[in-house]
Write a protein that binds this ligand. Sequence first.
Ligand code: ADE
Length: 233
Amino acid sequence: MKIDILTIFPNVALAPLSESIVGRAVAAGKVELSVHDLRDWTVDKHRKVDDEPYGGGPGMVMKPDPFFAAVRELRGDGQARVVLMTPQGRRFDQNIARDYARDFAAPGAHLIILCGHYEGVDHRVVEGLVDDEISIGDYVLTNGALAAAVFVDALVRLIPGVLGDERSADEESFAVGVPLLEAPCYTRPPDFEGRVVPEVLLSGHHGKIGEWRREMALLRTKTNRPDMLGDEA
Ligand code: ADE
C-alpha cells in the first residue's frame, strides 16, 4: 500500500501517523506513506493555493492547478485512486475502511488523498481528479489533514500483519456480523479505590463471561447507540 497525502498542513497529518501502530507499520515498510505540502506545486512567488469564490460569499476556495499538477506528478504512469477529504463526502465508517483495506493492501496499490481547507475546493478538482469524496462525520473541521489522518489510521490497522493480534480487528464493534458496541473491559487491580471488577470476569468461566459480555454490549448499545438497534432513526 502506497499512500500520498496532499495538504497545506503536512505536520497535522504526519504527526498522528508517525506514532504507535501506524507509525510502526510505516517504519516496517508495510505502508509507504508520504505527506506532501501542496504549496510545492504552486508556481507563483507567494505560493498561493486559494482565491476568492466566483459568485461571491465568505471564505476562500482552493485553486485547482496545484492539485492537478501534484496528482499528475504523484500518479506518474501508474494507477492511483484519488480521495478528497471533505464534509461534502459520503460518511466514513468501518465498511468503507474494510473496502479500502481490501483493495489497497497489495504493495503496489496507490492511494492519493487530497485535503481541503477554507470554504472548499474548486469543483473542477472533484470532477477531473477525484474518485471518492469522504467525510469523517457530520461536523466541520478547520482542514482535511486531520480527517486524512483518521481515514489512513482506520485503513492501515486493517492491513494483515499490522495489528499484533489478528483477532483484535475481527472481534471488535463494527466488525462484520457484530452490530453491537463492545462490553466494558477491565485490567488489574481487581479493586481500584473500592470499584471492583465484576465477579464473573474473575471466574474463569468462559461461557458465563461470554454471556455477560453480550448482555453488557446490548445494554451499552441501547444506551449510547439506539440507532444501531433500529430503535431510533
Ligand atoms: N474537512 C473538514 N471537515 C471534514 C470532515 N468532517 N470530513 C472530512 N474532511 C473534512
